[in-house]
Design a protein around this ligand. Sequence first.
Ligand SMILES: [Ca+2]
Ligand SMILES: [Ca+2]
Ligand SMILES: [Ca+2]
Ligand SMILES: [Ca+2]
Length: 448
Amino acid sequence: MKKILFLFLSVVLLTGCYKDDINDLKKEVSELKERMALYESLLDALNNRLYVTDYEEKDGRYVITLSDGSTLSVSNCAVTLADGLMTFTFVDGRTISIDASVPDVTVIEPAGGFVIDKMKWLRIQPEAKDAVGVAYRWLLDGEEISGGKDLLHVFAEAGTYHLEFRAKNMMGESSHTVAVTVNDKSYVNGIAKVYEYLPAPGQFINTMPEAAAGDTPETMRQKAEEVLTGGSMICLGGFGGYAVFGFDHTIINGEGNDFTVLGNAFAGSAEPGVIMVSYDANGNGLPDDEWYEIAGSEYHKSGTVKNYEITYYKPASEPANPDEPEYIRWTDNQGQTGYISKNSFHTQTYYPLWMGDSYTLKGTFMETLMYFQAGNWTSPACDWGYADNHPNTDVRAQIDMDWAVDKNGNSVKLKGIDFVRVHTGNRAESDVTGEISTEVAGFTDLNL
Ligand SMILES: [Ca+2]
Ligand SMILES: [Ca+2]
Ligand SMILES: [Ca+2]
Ligand SMILES: [Ca+2]
């Protein structure tokens, strides 16, 4: 019986020891597996030319971020950082070293260095290995001029400039200096190009500029361009009618006011046009980039409607009545409908001859201020920020690019603009003065 008890106890004790051994073994196998996995991951990183961009030590464990954004959790392995290398030493003595350096970037200078005319965009696209967690900055005289990798900058004055390009990650910052030669150049202070002209119907449409049967959007664009580069005036018709024009240089955002869109406004005859601006972000020379609205005095008022849309319908025939009140029908996206009337002072067709049965115009709509007083129709000016609103020489006709907002109404800081779009911002008319219609008569760059 004693023997049996002894045997029984021995089995229990032996089983206990055996279990501990198994657990130890399991732990060792698991750690070995982890080390092998880490070893393989590090070899993969080496093969894929990845490098360390960030690391964090926590509770004896390292979390390493690699340049492709992946992370490695490192334990049971010694980690040292020296001479731009992070070295992992395993218990068996094997080591793997991976680049742990500041961002690897190159700015390739063209032969003769960077040369640009003043008031023209300078574009520099450094070559950088794709890497996460890298912050790029361009500095001019210690002041940040761009917070991104690619530089788009415009110089107002000729001269030699030194730009510094910095790229920073957790390992440190690399810096490159490039010289830019900015040449002097003279430019035309005015409109150089019309990209689009599409007026709303109105009493001056088909006459300013003149349209004939067979005209197309392209021939009308050319005519508007001839008029505006020739120092004369175009009419945009009723609400929404617009023109898009540009220049032979970039209009710089300088201190204070930057430009005036010329019109023919005088006291009591304001026909405010909403101004939108854009710069050639994609560098193709065309106004196909993001537009920013100049948020003038009416922008935040309750009567102002953003994203207003109006559709004009071509009349079946010209009316017999020279003062036909129900001449050109319109509908809008606010559930309203109405007519542009005809008046006997202007006998031509008011609907653009080159347009089809109907067309839609869009943009910010401002409540009209037109009223009849002392036998006269008065169309008072908005406070500031519009075209054809105050006389051209009035400081209140001047625009500061800093008033620009994006489509969500957020203020944007523009370095310069290449394109301007103006649309008639009101919808109102009187029997004597006809409909409110913005005129564009040119453009003045106040910084030239
Ligand atoms: Ca400015
Ligand atoms: Ca006018
Ligand atoms: Ca463009
Ligand atoms: Ca007008």
